[in-house]
Design a protein around this ligand. Structure first.
Ligand code: AMP
Length: 261
């Protein structure tokens, strides 16, 4: 059974048993700078449901909840579901032992990511620090299908245009885009060490074809928090004020405000 099918099975059970709380959202498209941004309007995000009868744990990943467990990945990692998923399938690749989210990434991390990419042709991302959108300090990568609402990863077309030299730059702010010859652990590790962005809050996005790293200057703009999915072209707004701001300023300008010029 494919990894996506296993994730779907665990998701179905987790929703039934209330181990997972899917968060509803309305979807719309906003075109900007040649990219079809996907915007999710999710007012329920303001009030994530509390786990009934249990006080929130300081570290929800140590140990993870059994109802969210999907699989072990190598010797040092495991895949669990995101408890509060906005996307229909959303996995978290967590380390078995506590490692700070802001500590340097390791070859073992990339070996686990390579395992995921081998099993699932999805988008893997990492919010490197609070400013980059991380809400948990225990190391966690994330895995989602490439379809973030309307088909491909929203930035994919622009990424391919950069590759074919039909677009001069992906973003009007600092970023590094590396096209991967394959997605072996050693290739991912090589690419990561060449990109050299581990000194700052950063968003890291990976597919089987490319690695993108974006250094960050701030966590949010006009209340709208932006994480790696925002850099993939999928933004989340919690209220009408944020939605109005986004449609007036445009997604690219919002991204520019939270990144480094
Ligand atoms: P991030 O906010 O990018 O650091 O990702 C961490 C994710 O962990 C968030 O999207 C939360 O929804 C999710 N989360 C919070 N508590 C739990 C939990 N007990 N089990 C699994 N996922 C959780």
């Amino acid at each position: 059974m494919s990894l996506w099918s296993r994730m779907q099975l665990v998701t179905n059970e987790a929703v039934k048993s209330a181990a997972a709380y899917p968060i509803k959202s309305d979807l719309f498209l906003q075109k900007d700078d040649g990219i079809d941004f996907v915007v999710r309007y999710a007012p329920d995000l303001k009030a994530k449901p509390k786990t009934p009868s249990q006080p929130p744990k300081k570290n929800p990943f140590l140990p993870p909840e059994s109802g969210l467990f999907v699989d072990t990945i190598g010797d040092h990692h495991q895949l669990i579901l995101n408890k509060f998923n906005v996307l229909p399938l959303h996995g978290l690749l967590i380390t078995n032992e506590f490692v700070e989210q802001t500590d340097l990434l390791t070859l073992a991390d990339f070996a686990a990511v390579a395992c995921l990419l081998n099993e699932a042709d999805g988008l893997v991302f990492y919010n490197g620090g609070r400013i980059a959108g991380a809400s948990q300090t225990h190391r966690h990568f994330q895995l989602v299908p490439k379809d973030l609402g309307f088909g491909e990863i929203p930035i994919e077309r622009a990424v391919q245009e950069v590759k074919r030299h039909q677009r001069s730059t992906l973003f009007p702010f600092q970023h590094r885009l590396f096209f991967l010859p394959n997605y072996d652990a050693s290739t991912l590790w090589d690419a990561w060490t060449k990109l050299e962005y581990n000194w700052t809050p950063y968003n890291l996005l990976l597919t089987r074809q490319w690695m993108l790293v974006v250094p960050r200057s701030q966590e949010a703009v006009a209340g709208m928090q932006i994480n790696s999915l925002g850099l993939a072209g999928a933004l989340l707004v919690k209220n009408l004020a944020e939605q109005t701001y986004l449609s007036e300023q445009g997604p690219m300008q919002c991204l520019r405000k939270v990144c480094c010029i």
